[in-house]
Design a protein around this ligand. Structure first.
Ligand code: FE2
Length: 131
């Protein structure tokens, strides 16, 4: 049985602002509304459902697998907005990009300091196509 990740709730201070921020930086479509959520639809069918009715958000980590071309575009948007970014999850290597697993990756914060990540190769590398 295949189990696919479908959605999660992202607690935030302002759901419209947070959803738009993430969608804009990632180059995704306009957020939609569903019940109390501002929804950002991801390419693999999963969604981030932003909610601002749960009090002060606890910061979480969200990682997005992107192509090399998307990485360039997202990095350019981060630089254009003069947002801080780091090569590592602890935010020690500022304005650097990592090359973990033969790809590229970086971290930046959303409006509530959720630790966002883009990477072009999954942790540990691409799974082998051989059985
Ligand atoms: Fe991560």
């Amino acid at each position: 049985m295949a189990v696919e990740f479908n959605h999660t709730i992202v607690d935030c201070t302002d759901k419209e602002a947070s959803a738009r921020f993430v969608a804009d930086i990632l180059g995704l479509g306009e957020p939609s509304s569903y019940g109390p959520f501002a929804v950002v639809q991801l390419g693999n069918g999963a969604s981030l459902d932003f909610a601002d009715a749960h009090g002060r958000p606890h910061t979480q980590h969200y990682a997005f697998l992107v192509t090399e071309a998307e990485f360039d575009q997202i990095h350019a948007r981060i630089v254009e907005r003069d947002l801080p970014y780091w090569a590592d999850p602890f935010h020690r290597r500022g304005r650097e990009i990592n090359t973990n697993d033969g790809g590229r990756g970086l971290y930046w914060n959303d409006l509530d300091d959720h630790n966002l990540e883009i990477l072009t190769v999954p942790y540990g590398g691409w799974p082998s196509t051989r059985e």
